[in-house]
Design a protein around this ligand. Structure first.
Ligand SMILES: Cc1ncc(C[n+]2csc(CCOP(=O)(O)OP(=O)(O)O)c2C)c(N)n1
Length: 270
């Protein structure tokens, strides 16, 4: 078998199934340059939308000579990196079912290479879990680690763009309780997220939680009217760091004169 790198929006993370080959902590360990150098792929099958994790994108760029096949079931051209050798317009499920006979009936062998991904996965999750337990104060990433513990079977967790979807990627581990993870990627806008999440809540069955940054929430606060119009019951976890926290990771954060006015854009709303 081969490692399956499960994007948070792939539908593979929150659902109970055989997790042996699922890797969901690559966003953390693909930041390690030595690991990236050492574990080059020969073949990459990329199914669906662009992955959320930038370290994965950088890993694929570093090994751009690997044969990458992108499978896009929507008939689009979801490949802005121009790294794919081939783009297949095919339904992912039908394609996988058609490939199955080619694998034969013998029990799949797990290569040394795949075992290295499994070992990195286990070590990374253990390190993140230990680190989360050691944190006492407020930390945005811990919200997602705690939601993993708190959300009941059948819940829907909707993550806003900017840092929430990235923190979900890093800190929301796969597990046995089925939780549906959704987000609004597309052009990764911070607009319309409240409306989209409430729309998903209206259409879904289980409890819905939206985890969203303060600017995104403010941007689409009019969308809250939907709760009244459609009697929607949803919980909003507001990650209020007063402005765009994501920009603190950019080099311009070091410029004290213009950073807050041009990038952080704090609103001071409570
Ligand atoms: C419609 C739209 N306008 C502007 C941006 C640029 N942008 C990306 S992240 C971000 C800040 C978002 O802040 P917040 O929702 O509070 O999340 P945080 O960065 O604190 O996680 C902005 C303005 C965007 N992605 N979409």
């Amino acid at each position: 078998g081969f490692p399956i790198l499960a994007d948070p929006l792939s539908g593979l993370r929150g659902v109970p199934h055989d997790h042996a080959l699922i890797v969901d902590s690559y966003d953390a360990f693909l930041r390690d340059a030595a690991w990236v150098e050492r574990y080059a792929p020969d073949l990459v099958l990329r199914i669906g939308a662009m992955p959320v994790a930038k370290p994965l994108l950088l890993y694929l760029q570093r090994h751009g000579s690997a044969h990458q096949i992108v499978i896009d079931g929507d008939g689009g051209w979801n490949e802005p990196t121009l790294l794919a050798a081939e783009l297949l317009h095919a339904d992912a499920r039908l394609l996988c079912e058609a490939l199955l006979p080619a694998l034969g009936t013998a029990a799949p062998r797990t290569s040394e290479w795949a075992r290295s991904w499994q070992a990195a996965q286990r070590a990374t999750r253990a390190a993140i879990d230990a680190h989360m337990r050691a944190i006492d104060g407020l930390f945005e990433g811990k919200v997602f680690a705690e939601l993993r513990e708190l959300l009941p079977e059948g819940a829907l967790l909707y993550a806003g763009n900017s840092m929430p979807i990235r923190d979900l990627d890093t800190f929301f581990a796969g597990g046995e309780r089925a939780v549906r993870l959704l987000g609004n990627r597309g052009a990764n806008g911070i607009d319309g997220v409240v409306s989209s999440a409430l729309g998903a809540a209206a259409a879904g069955q289980g409890p819905t939680v939206l985890a969203i940054g303060d600017l995104s929430f403010y941007h689409d606060s009019n969308g809250l009217l939907a709760t009244k119009l459609h009697q929607i019951d949803a919980t909003i976890v507001l990650l209020n760091n007063d402005g765009g926290g994501i920009f603190s990771f950019l080099p311009q954060a070091a410029d004290p004169e213009h950073f807050e006015a041009l990038f952080g854009t704090p609103t001071g709303l409570d």
